[in-house]
Design a protein around this ligand. Structure first.
Ligand SMILES: [Fe+2]
Ligand SMILES: [Fe+2]
Length: 303
């Protein structure tokens, strides 16, 4: 049995187990009762509405995947169609209801628009070796996304427990948080397995495209960059620059190890650190403008 076959077997086993052990969260198990909804909204509103949007946008992510990987390996299709999408869609539904109950304005979710960049990569991907490059980028994005989710839900869970909001910490956030590490593990196993099979030019292309296209989870334009900065602020991840660097190291540990291990320096890809710094700066600029009663910087989706 080849290394690729063995990896496929391990991945299939992992995906089957995730499906068996983690069905989509039962809506009847969720208890939205809260003692201080207003305080939760003020303290964690930016995080809840951001995560609700990102989870709901899974619907679009599936369209993106179809464009990006016209011929995915069966185990990838099994993962995203049978396990990942049903779980994440339910996370979105639950968080969306929670944000409505506490009176947050929902952030606009984009459920349909697949970027030209992804369509182009998908078209090039009809040439098999390029599809492996696209697939590697997909795994890297998946790892950073899932780690970001685990960290955000971990902080939210701690914060809500400190406020003694047991119902939502234990029946909303804890069950969602429990389902994210299995997604991360899938991408991690897949990326490690694929990286060693790539040739020199494929690795070069992965590094180059990743450096050019990295954005934090859920950031497709400037407006969302400031939103993400506010999430970092609400979670206490942006008080000092060292917190930002630490966060970058946490979300891109495996990526750094695979793509950039030989580099000295921050132990995180510089493009990840830079993207997080930009998000923090965008949120601060917006907060300053509000404090000085200036018009908010124009951050339209087209910006
Ligand atoms: Fe999720
Ligand atoms: Fe996830």
């Amino acid at each position: 049995m080849s290394g690729r076959d063995k990896l496929d077997d391990r991945l299939t086993e992992h995906v089957d187990r995730l499906g068996d052990e983690h069905p989509p969260i039962d809506l009847d198990s969720v208890d939205y009762s809260m003692d201080q909804p207003g305080v939760i909204a003020r303290r964690f509103g930016p995080v809840l509405s951001y995560m609700a949007r990102v989870e709901l946008e899974v619907e679009r992510n599936v369209l993106e995947l179809a464009a990006l990987l016209p011929n995915p390996p069966e185990v990838d299709r099994h993962f995203y169609a049978d396990v990942w999408m049903p779980q994440e869609t339910r996370h979105g539904e639950i968080l969306d209801k929670l944000q409505a109950i506490i009176g947050l304005d929902p952030l606009k979710a984009d459920l349909t628009q697949v970027s030209i960049r992804l369509r182009l990569l998908g078209a090039l991907g009809r040439f098999g070796p390029v599809q492996d490059v696209s697939r590697m980028l997909y795994y890297l994005t998946g790892m950073a996304t899932e780690r970001s989710a685990v960290l955000a839900y971990g902080q939210l869970h701690t914060g809500l427990r400190e406020m003694d909001e047991r119902a939502i910490s234990e029946t909303v956030i804890a069950p969602i948080r429990r389902q994210e590490p299995g997604h991360f593990a899938f991408y991690q196993m897949s990326s490690r397995g694929l990286w060693v099979q790539l040739s020199g030019w494929q690795k070069w292309l992965v590094r180059s495209l990743r450096r050019l296209t990295f954005t934090p989870v859920g950031v497709d334009h400037k407006r969302q960059r400031a939103d993400f900065g506010r999430v970092m602020e609400a979670l206490g991840m942006s008080t000092q620059d060292s917190d930002v660097v630490h966060h970058a190291q946490q979300i891109a540990r495996v990526e750094h190890e695979l793509l950039w291990a030989s580099r000295k320096g921050l132990r995180a890809p510089t493009y990840v650190v830079d993207a997080l710094r930009l998000a923090v700066e965008a949120a601060k600029a917006e907060a300053d403008a509000v404090a000085r009663k200036l018009p908010r910087p124009r951050l339209s989706p087209e910006a």
